[in-house]
Write a protein that binds this ligand. Structure first.
Ligand code: NAD
Ligand code: UGA
Length: 478
């Protein structure tokens, strides 16, 4: 079997496929990389001459695309042709939670992965290494292998042969390029040492050898789910303690600092916020829950399910708290929401805490003015399942505007804060930490509230401005 890799095909041009292949292309100029996707609109955006139109926003990504696109990195819808010429195929498609059938609500839906495996089985020629880049349940490689082996047996005359590797991705959105360029580790699980070496050789162009870990294929698949479960667990842990801080007069930042200096605990991932979002934490933990139950370990399943339950509870706790502080009703009240992405530096809103919190407030009758520097209002419309629909009905008195509708998007906060009863910070965009509170406070309707759910507003900027200030996990001020 030849080990020389020249042509790579990546199926899936999403938040993982796009940046990952861009960084490989940037570091391995000898490779020709074709990123393919069935979504035409997405591919058109990847090929847009205006780099501000790339389908995903990631700091530093545009520069790499500019350097590599059209040279050794190509985006297209030509799935079949590019599988055919590839020596290595990455499967980087979505693996959402199943909506119906066996395991609905918990198990991963492998329909897109299976479709890819079938496409590879049909179009590959000669020897091809198939790499699972998507996050998959343990033993998925077996499913892929079965499909590929069936194809090997079927068409002896084509002389096709496959090896399957697991190479899960650990990048976080917003820091994807940094994470890919300087990863803590690269994990490769597999059986065939030559195939493992072929993939290791690619990473070794920019990753130190001691950071490229080799494991068996099942350990690799389980390690990915476990990493996300441990990270999410820290967030639910600190958010649960934040609620206790609010009730007892402690401050969650002080508690986090105190425990984070213990080198066994470490200081990262201890920021209390509106609850974890993103496309993966919830889905991957629920997948772990499903697997644990499937393998007859209900206590293990319950343990991990608690992390997701706490997160759901926490998000609704925030919306209830806002209503309570605003005298028990937000009906007809104007509330400015700062940030809709699930974290800063991304335009991704999947599972964003803002969706639950905004929907709760809308259900309570609030009128939301939503700002996010990178999220397209059309995406917010989809997430809230409501069109932008706010209209000014009139003025009740000099500073009470009457609105009809549920929400609208705003470009900036200063003028939009006119007549608002509350401002709620839900995403930690840097620009929100340096707002002009003196000007904003003049425009708000009193008594007015600022809810800093990300802990990014220095409290001294709010004092003496006739504003009520609430900060997540801070019980010491009340
Ligand atoms: P995504 O939804 O952004 O992208 C997936 C893409 O695959 C879509 O554009 C879709 O059109 C395409 N696709 C699906 N089936 C296809 C097929 N048969 N042929 C061609 N194209 C097809 O998903 P993502 O966020 O990039 O995640 C991909 C995987 O990586 C998931 O398993 C996820 O759990 C994992 N992951 C995601 C992240 C992250 O930060 N988003 C990080 C690590 C791992
Ligand atoms: C996460 C992991 O960090 C990645 O390693 C993993 O590859 C990825 O999931 C995945 O498999 O998809 P991501 O979801 O992009 O990455 O972003 P994180 O930085 O992990 O943040 C997730 C959520 O937790 C966000 O809503 C964030 O605001 C929240 N968070 C994070 C906190 O509330 N507090 C923290 O201290 C850290």
């Amino acid at each position: 079997m030849k080990n020389k890799i020249e042509n790579i095909c990546c199926i899936g041009a999403g938040y993982v496929g796009g940046p990952t292949m861009a960084v490989i292309a940037d570091n391995c100029k000898h490779l020709k990389i074709n990123v393919v996707d069935m979504n035409k609109e997405r591919i058109d955006l990847w090929n847009s001459s205006n780099l501000n139109e790339l389908p995903i926003y990631e700091p530093g990504l545009d520069k790499i695309i500019e350097r590599c696109r059209g040279k050794n990195l190509f985006f297209s819808n030509e799935v079949e042709k590019n599988i055919e010429i590839a020596d290595m195929v990455f499967i980087s498609v979505n693996t959402p939670t199943k909506k119906k059938g066996l395991g609905a609500g918990k198990a991963s839906d492998l329909k897109w992965v299976e479709a890819c495996a079938r496409q590879v089985a049909k179009y590959a020629r000669g020897y091809t290494i198939v790499v699972e880049k998507s996050t998959l349940p343990v033993k998925t490689a077996e499913v892929i292998k079965n499909i590929l082996e069936a194809a090997e047996l079927e068409s002896k005359e084509k002389d096709i042969k496959f090896d399957v590797l697991s190479n899960p991705e650990f990048l976080a959105e917003g820091t994807a390029i940094k994470d890919l360029e300087a990863p803590d580790r690269v994990l490769i699980g597999g059986e065939n040492q030559n195939a493992i070496l072929s993939l290791s050789n690619i990473y070794s162009f920019w990753v130190e050898e001691n950071k490229i870990l080799h494991t068996n294929i099942w350990s690799s698949e389980l390690a990915k789910l476990t990493a996300n479960a441990f990270l999410a667990q820290r967030i639910s842990s600190i958010n649960s303690i934040g609620a206790l801080c609010e009730a007892t007069g402690a401050d969650v930042r002080e508690v986090a600092r105190a425990i984070g200096t213990d080198s066994r605990i470490g200081s990262k991932f201890l920021d209390s916020g509106p609850g974890f979002g993103g496309s993966c934490f919830k889905k991957d933990i629920l997948n772990l829950v499903y697997l644990s139950n499937y393998f007859g370990l209900p206590e293990v399943a319950d343990f991990w399910e608690g992390i997701v339950k706490l997160n759901n509870w926490h998000q609704h706790r925030i919306s209830k708290l806002i209503v309570k502080k605003l005298f028990g009703t937000v009906s007809g009240k104007k509330i400015c929401i700062l940030g809709f992405a699930f974290k800063a530096n991304t335009n991704d809103t999947r599972e964003s805490a803002a969706i639950n919190i905004c929907n709760d407030l809308i259900e309570e009758g609030a009128v939301l003015f939503i700002h996010d520097p990178k999220v397209d209002p059309k995406q917010i419309e989809k997430d809230l399942d409501r069109k932008e629909n706010i209209q000014l009905k009139g003025y009740k008195d000099s500073n009470f505007y009457e609105f009809e509708g549920n929400w609208c998007s705003i470009n900036e906060l200063n003028s939009a804060s006119e007549g608002s009863d509350a401002i709620v910070v839900l995403t930690e965009w840097k620009e929100y930490s340096s707002l002009d509170w003196v000007e904003i406070s003049k425009k708000m309707r009193k008594p007015a509230w600022v809810f800093d759910v990300r802990s990014i507003i220095p409290s001294k900027k709010i004092t003496n401005l006739n504003l009520n200030f609430w900060q997540i996990g801070n019980g010491s001020d009340y």
